[in-house]
Each structure stands twice: as C-alpha cells, then as structure tokens.
Design a protein around this ligand. Structure first.
Ligand code: EPU
Length: 417
C-alpha cells in the first residue's frame, strides 16, 4: 500500500506543465483498434489507466511502442478475445472496447467496467445505442455479449448528454452501413479529440463538439496520427492549487476555452490570473469571496473539478454552495475535509460550505480520483502533516503528481507502507 505524505503551507512558484488528457487517451487507445494500420498518439500521459489499456491491447494481440509520450499502436493483427475480468474492472474506460470491438468484428464479449465509485453509473444509453445500430445484447453473469450480423446507421437520441455513450456509439457506428445521427450528444472536448482521430483514420464524422453528430459509415480505417488534448481537469486542479498557494505560479500547456467555467468562477472569487498563449500565471489573493458552484455538462463547470473546488471554498469568507448535478455520490471527500476542520453541511448532492476555516493535517483517504485530488489540495494548505491513503485512485489520473508539485516547492512524497 502507498500513502501520500504532505507537509502543508508552502508557497508554490515555478511552472507546472499539463499532460495529455486522461479522459481522451482512454478512448483514443480503444479507438485505435478500429484501424487496420498503425495509429500514433502524441502527448500520451503515463498514468495507470493508460498502462491498463496497453495491457488490454497486448492481450488482443496489438503491438505497442510507448516512449517519451509517443505511443504507436499497430493493430493489424488484432484478435477478438475476452479481456479478463480483473483487467476490465481496473478502469471505467474498458467499456470503450464494447464499441470498438463491436464496430470492428460485429461481436464483443466484455466484463462490466470498473472506475470511481461516484454513483450508480449505468450504461443503458450505450446499450440502447448499440441495439439501435442492430446489435443483439445479452448479459451473462458479469459480462455483456454484443452480436450483430451487420451494423446499420440509425437515429439515436440520448436522454442525457453522456460522454461515454457518445464516444461508444461513434466507435460502433463508424464502420456501420449508412448514416448514424446522435442527438443530444455530449459536447466535451474529449469527444472532438476522438472524432478527429477517427476522421484522420478515414471516418466521416461531422458535428463533434455540438449536440448533433453525424457519422457516415465507411468500409475501412487506416493509418493516422493525433495529439492528445491537454487534460483540462489536471489543468483545473493545478489552477485551483495556484489560487490557494501560487506566487507567480505558471500553469502551461492549457486550452483556455476548455477551463473557461473554472476561470470565470475564480475571477468571481477575486483570484487574479494572467492568461497568455496556452498558459496562465496565478497568484494567491489576500482573501476570497464566497460563491456558488453548480456542476454541469460542458461548457458548464466540470463535475470532475467540483471536489477540488470545494476545498478552495473552505477558504472563502462567508457561505458558498457547491452543488453536484451529474453523479449521486460525489461528496465522499467531505467527511475528511470536516475532519481537517472545514465547516461543511451536506444535503444530498449539495454542500454548504462556511469559511474561512484553517485546515489541520490529518490522516485521510482518497475515496475516488477527484476526491483524492481534493485531499491533496487540502493537505497542501493545511497546518502540519496530512497522510492520504488509497492513493492508487489519484495515480490513475494525475501524471507525475508528486514530481510536478515538488518542482514548484510543495513538500509531498510517496511512502510505501
Ligand atoms: N448515465 C446514464 N446512463 C448511461 C450513461 C451515463 O444514466 O448509459 C449517467 C451517469 O450515471 C451519470 C451521467 O449520465 O450520472 C453522466 O455520465 P457520462 O456517461 O457523461 O460519464 P462517463 O462517460 O461515465 C466520463 C468521464 C468522467 C466524467 C464524466 C462527465 C471517462 C472515462 N470518464 O464518464 O470522469 O466525470 O465523463 O464529464 O471519460 C473522472 O475523470 O474523475 C471521471 C469520473
């Protein structure tokens, strides 16, 4: 077991470079298997989710070279095999092999996916989409079986603009006969990144990034390259850290439009930033105004930044309200913030946070990935030492978090216990 040990209260200065996006790369790797030739990804973050997907690709007989953030995936000899349950359960994104294998082989057997325990997270929209494309779907024990004689383009409406369902349906539809329309599609930047890779492979997808996506089926997909977009959640996490502890802290390699909602909330709190050419410089202000934050689908305030943001709200003067609207269970970190001294009352998916309260170092747990990020932020601003347990959650999504923070002056280390 590993823990993070954080000695709080140190000012942060220097530069943090943002890595490629976890939630893009976890779909780009499965998307690559739809190609019959080599696919090259640049700016690939080395996080445990990436490694788990590479294990799946190797198991399916794909060949991978991965060095210095460049990944070459040769899928010319891909075989359709059942991925063991422990591997599928390691992460949520193993479910992208449903769409990818179904699209390529018209048959897929996949165990239920894993991922953060932040709500019930059904995948009914994915399943409905596959069925509309002509697949027969059955459940056998802990696994789904998808079968289709052929896949045919269809009109698919999503009851909710789900990121995973939008991507999975694109993967299954890209080689279907005829044209597929996804209405009320998710508009997150990751969707555009995946559609761009598929188009570079020869697909005909238009409308990605809007709520209406059109996919004209093609027969063959080939060689392609793509840059993984910068991780907007990592960028947002470090920007929040900068708002709390930054002294001319530079966050580089960002796309401003992708974190617009966060930047506008920080400005509302009185945080000043200089934004210039894909980077920002941030300083901690003398005090923060309290605000309300409600998570929404893109371009609204990202659900994945809600937990990190709630730590900042403990330092604002007065009452702030943090409301989570995407998942049922994104308040796992609150009891640990309370243990550290925060004044927070939770009512279902809403947290009422009254500040400003100093936080003190304590032993806490990362109950999920972004709860873990929240614990790191809390530890960085607390008086004394914070010990974070179950850091595997954090390492699934933040590349070199210890090195990145140490380089700018934080006192943080991993301890093997
Ligand atoms: N939903 C359904 N049925 C479905 C699909 C989704 O009811 O078939 C519900 C979910 O239960 C949830 C909501 O719709 O309440 C949104 O789910 P969505 O499908 O958009 O999320 P996801 O694809 O499972 C991805 C990211 C999440 C991120 C969300 C929202 C990956 C691997 N995961 O999840 O990332 O929170 O989109 O932006 O891309 C994280 O990185 O910490 C994380 C949880």
């Amino acid at each position: 077991m590993r823990q993070l040990i954080i000695d709080g209260g140190h000012e942060l200065t220097g530069e943090i470079k943002i890595s490629g996006a976890k939630n893009s790369v976890v779909a780009l790797i499965p998307a690559a298997i739809l190609s019959d030739e080599e696919v090259t990804l640049y700016n690939v973050p080395d996080i445990s989710d990436t490694r788990a997907l590479l294990d799946i690709i190797a198991l399916l007989n794909g060949k991978v070279e991965y060095q210095d953030e460049i990944m070459k995936i040769d899928t010319s000899k891909i075989e359709n095999k059942l991925v063991p349950e422990e591997l599928s359960k390691k992460l949520r994104a193993s479910y992208y092999f449903m769409g990818a294998l179904l699209g390529k082989f018209h048959y897929a057997e996949i165990y239920f996916p894993g991922g953060c325990n932040i709500g019930s997270r059904p995948i009914d929209f994915h399943i409905n989409g596959f069925q509309k494309l002509g697949a027969e779907v059955t459940i056998e024990g802990n696994k789904y079986i998808f079968k289709a004689d052929k896949l045919k383009g269809a009109r698919i409406y999503l009851d909710f603009a789900s990121v995973g369902a939008t991507i999975n349906i694109m993967l299954a539809a890209v080689k279907a006969e005829g044209t597929t329309f996804i209405s009320n599609a998710a508009k997150e930047p990751e969707i555009v990144n995946i559609a761009t890779l598929l188009n570079n492979m020869g697909a005909k997808i238009t409308g990605a990034g809007t709520s209406e996506i059109k996919i004209e089926g093609v027969k063959k997909l080939g060689k392609a390259v793509i840059d993984v977009i910068p991780d907007r959640i990592e960028a947002g996490t470090y920007t929040i850290i900068g708002a709390l502890l930054g002294k001319n802290l530079k966050i580089s390699g960002i796309i401003e439009d992708h974190i617009d909602a966060l930047l506008s909330k920080l400005k509302e709190m009185g945080v000043e930033m200089k934004i210039d050419n894909n980077s920002l410089i941030i300083n901690r202000p003398k005090k923060y105004k309290s605000i309300n934050v409600k998570t929404l689908v893109f371009p609204g305030f990202a659900t994945d930044l809600g937990q990190p943001m709630s730590v900042l709200l403990t330092q604002a003067d007065g009452m702030s309200i943090f409301e989570e609207t995407i998942y049922e269970n994104r308040m796992g970190h609150i009891k640990y913030l309370q243990k550290m001294g925060a004044n927070i009352r939770v009512n279902d998916r809403t947290a009422i946070i009254v500040g400003k309260t100093p936080l003190k170092g304590e032993e806490v747990t990362a109950t999920d990935l972004r709860a873990g990020a929240a614990m790191v932020i809390a530890g960085l601003i607390a008086n004394g030492t914070t010990t974070v347990n179950e850091i595997e959650h954090i390492l699934r999504g933040y590349e070199n978090i210890v090195e990145k923070l140490t380089n700018v002056g934080a006192k943080i280390k991993i301890k093997e216990v």
